[in-house]
Design a protein around this ligand. Structure first.
Ligand code: ASP
Ligand code: MG
Length: 402
């Protein structure tokens, strides 16, 4: 059972989680993974940055890992207060071995001996998510949202089910706060989940889904309060897996315009090599320069991408005509399966956006997404129009049956 930061944001919610865990542990052994309480990680990050920006990566990992330590110990205390034996363990103590990349480490191996011993002793085990230990014995963190990955990694190592509890009862066909008609998707494939994440939906940590797919682990995404009974199962071969599944959007995107002085075609390959690893969407490089899209949703990464492009521009100096970012853009995506074989979906989406008065700046496609670049001010309008047109309205009866 993994609980996210909002589910353990204060002592009251922590107590609710404790009683839910205790109830579950009456019938089977339970390992719990927790995230840091509420916005703790942001607060720690802000403190470090106030002292040095960027902060030294090793110290930052030591600092950020304490957020999960606070949550795990308090949860263990809350569970013991209910009369059950519980023990908290750091990522390092439960054998989560990672590579050395501070701030975005990847799990290499899980050696869960300590967890197995504690379970055998009848204890509920509480693990601090988001952290591991490298072969150099340094504490590492797995990237923002990485507790999901801890949960999947442990589920795989323990041959357990992986249940991820948060403040939503699953994955929706659009953000229900923005689209009241949005419905919960009962089952979804790993690939569609990844496509949703790339399209800007705030869903599970991408490495977690990748690891689940590799290890064949099903993930049950549920609400942390039992009164919200729904769930989405992320698994291989879900029942419904065709057509448009959801509309997702990325609200803050900037377009890069990098122009070379005419006659500098020889620099194009160098430009392509420098820009390719930065992860810009729809990157295009030719003899005149480069264009691409940068999402601001991941602000920390966006900042470093901008910094690296700035450095590249200084390196190009006299060969550079212009470097500019066009702000105020958003991406609105239809995410689904087999969209490349269904040109009618794209045609319909274009019609719908036109009728709604949305001005499409650019269109990008791949097998799982049909993405429209629009002005940020028209994002919500586009999301609602596409959802209404492309996602069959399900009757209340149908929805309650799932
Ligand atoms: N506490 C970490 C974060 O805020 C990890 C997590 O929440 O999964 O990114
Ligand atoms: Mg989180």
């Amino acid at each position: 059972m993994k609980f996210g930061g909002s589910s353990v944001a204060d002592l009251e919610r922590l107590r609710l989680v404790a009683s839910r865990v205790v109830a579950r542990a009456a019938s089977q052994p339970v390992v719990v993974v927790v995230s840091a309480m509420g916005k703790t990680t942001n607060a720690l990050l802000a403190q470090a940055r106030a002292l040095a920006d960027p902060p030294p990566a090793r110290e930052l990992d030591m600092l950020l890992s304490t957020g999960e330590r606070e949550a795990m110990t308090l949860l263990a205390i809350a569970i013991q207060a209910l009369g059950r034996q519980a023990i908290s363990l750091t990522g390092s103590q439960c054998g989560i071995i990672t590579d050395h990349q501070h701030g975005r480490a990847r799990i290499i191996e899980v050696r869960p001996f300590r967890i197995l011993d504690e379970l055998a002793a009848g204890h509920i085990v509480i693990v601090g998510g988001f952290q591991g230990v490298s072969y150099k014995r340094e504490v590492t963190t797995l990237g923002r949202g990485g507790s999901d990955t801890t949960a999947v990694g442990l589920a795989a190592a323990l041959a357990a089910d992986c249940e991820i509890y948060s403040d939503v009862d699953g994955v929706y066909s659009a953000d229900p706060g923005e689209v009241p008609d949005a419905h919960r998707i009962p089952e979804i494939s790993y690939e569609s989940m990844q496509a949703l994440a790339r399209a800007g939906a705030r869903v599970l940590h991408s490495q977690a889904v990748q690891l689940a797919e590799e290890r064949g682990i099903a993930i049950y995404a549920r609400h942390s309060r039992p009164e919200h009974g729904g769930e989405t199962v992320i698994r291989r071969n879900p029942v419904v897996d065709s057509g448009v599944l959801a509309i997702a959007s990325d609200p803050a995107v900037a377009a890069l315009v990098l122009a070379l002085v005419p006659g500098r075609a020889r620099l194009a390959p160098q430009l392509a090599v420098a820009l390719a690893p930065l992860g810009l969407r729809s990157l295009h490089v030719d003899e005149r320069g480069a264009t691409g899209l940068l999402s601001w949703t991941q602000r920390t990464e966006a900042g470093s991408v901008q910094g690296r492009i700035g450095a590249l521009a200084r390196h190009l100096r006299g060969d550079l005509l212009e470097l500019r970012w066009r702000d105020g853009l958003a991406l609105v995506s239809c995410v689904g399966v087999g969209l490349e074989d269904r040109p009618e979906v794209g045609a319909c989406a274009c019609e719908v956006l036109k009728a709604a008065g949305v001005e499409v700046q650019q269109m990008l496609t791949d097998a799982r997404t049909l993405t429209f670049v629009v002005m940020a001010t028209q994002r919500l309008l586009a999301v609602r129009a596409l959802h209404a047109a492309l996602l069959p309205v399900r009757t209340k009866l149908e929805a309650s049956a799932t």
